[in-house]
Design a protein around this ligand. Structure first.
Ligand code: UDP
Length: 364
């Protein structure tokens, strides 16, 4: 029978299952959805374009160990993510770099002058020092004018709250550059799985010690199993039956459109901070440089209810998280449970961070 039960067949679950299977344990993976790969699930549509079912996923990491791990299960297509932001009627390079400043302010500026320029912008602005929230972090780096142009309204749209209520960490995801590097991520290793994320996760789960059951909700079957170890990757609050109250998650409505022309926009992702109700549009064919006469684009509309995509980093949620995590600590110390992943740890992890933490927790 099975010694280990893994709840969830997303990146956290599949990585856990693989590591434990390779150690010789018999692992059963159960997954609530009817598909594997969690939120990095993808598929090829009728035009031969790989669509990311739950919105754009770009693999990027500085961590050689993580990169080596994923490369065992897929080859990567070389791809450096570039984003444009639609502001004041133009497409402007984002995150903020030297070229962004040239375009916004209509100036010729050298790399060595950028720091001083931004300092002047910051000096004109008001914020808490040291920064206490999302707004402070951004304004303390670029000043109010650029904050309002690129960050303020995007953040209100995405999180449906005042950026001053959000933790500084959310802003720290976005770099500010003084040079002309206009890539979204500067990590050494970047790419998109050549045959998709679903295939990569399928290869991870393809091991004689791993069995998989889809469409099974852990909370409906948990009393049927008595595993030595449960690796839980689902929602943290649900596991504890919401004893400290509900944690907030943000969701998205993703509207896919097939358009009868070769390209819709010059890059894979265009952000819309100030105009329209969507936050960004992704044109999927750019990721794998897929050729088609048609193109598939995805409009993202933030939602407060639905499939949990994002944790919400407000003080209230993070305090609740602390309480739940103390319960997790106790359970983990018995050696019978491990909690891993964005949902189970209530952490704004990127894909590589999920794999990194799984490798650390399970190979020690
Ligand atoms: N953000 C912003 N303007 C942008 C892009 C991002 O203000 O053009 C802020 C926004 O609050 C967003 C956060 O930075 O939620 C993190 O952005 P990221 O692109 O990392 O979001 P994800 O890819 O996780 O959806």
């Amino acid at each position: 029978m099975f010694e280990i039960l893994v709840v969830g067949a997303g990146l956290a679950g599949a990585t856990s299952a693989r590591i434990l299977a390779e150690k010789g344990y018999k692992v059963l993976v159960i997954e609530k959805h009817k598909h594997i790969a969690g939120h990095c699930h993808d598929y090829k549509d009728e035009n031969g374009i790989t669509v990311h079912t739950y919105g754009p996923h770009i693999f990027h990491t500085k961590n050689k160990q993580v990169w080596n791990f994923v490369n065992r299960f897929t080859e990567f297509h070389y791809y450096q993510h570039r984003v444009l932001s639609y502001a004041e009627g133009r497409l402007i390079p984002f995150p903020i770099n030297r070229d962004t400043l040239s375009q916004v302010f209509g100036i010729e500026i050298a790399t060595y002058e950028v720091e001083e320029f931004l300092e002047k912008e910051v000096k004109k602005s008001k914020y808490n020092n040291p920064p206490k929230n999302f707004r402070d972090v951004v304004v303390s780096q670029v000043g109010e004018r650029l904050y309002e142009m690129f960050f303020k309204n995007y953040t209100i749209k995405q999180w449906e709250r005042d950026p001053e209520e959000l933790a500084p960490d959310v802003a720290k995801r976005i770099p500010i550059r003084t040079n002309r590097d206009d890539r979204y991520f500067s990590d050494k290793y970047q790419g998109i799985p050549k045959s998709g994320y679903t295939k990569m996760v399928e290869n991870m789960l393809n091991h004689p010690n791993i069995s998989l059951m889809l469409g099974v909700d852990y909370f409906e079957v948990k009393d049927l199993f008595k595993p030595k170890l449960t690796v839980y990757t689902g929602e943290l609050d649900r596991f504890f039956d919401y004893m400290y109250g509900k944690l907030e998650y943000r969701s998205l409505r993703l509207e896919l459109k097939t358009i009868d022309r070769e390209y819709y926009q010059p890059v894979a992702v265009v952000n819309y901070p100030n105009d329209y109700d969507w936050t960004r549009i992704t044109e999927y064919k750019h990721f794998l440089d897929e050729k088609s006469e048609k193109t598939t684009v995805c409009f993202e509309y933030p939602l407060s209810e639905g499939e949990p995509y994002y944790i919400v980093m407000t003080q209230e949620n993070m305090e609740k998280r602390e309480k739940y995590m103390r319960k997790v600590g106790k359970l983990e110390s018995t050696g019978e449970y491990i909690f891993i992943g964005r949902l189970a740890e209530y952490k704004y992890y990127n894909m590589d961070q999920v794999i990194d933490v799984t490798l650390k927790k399970l190979t020690s």
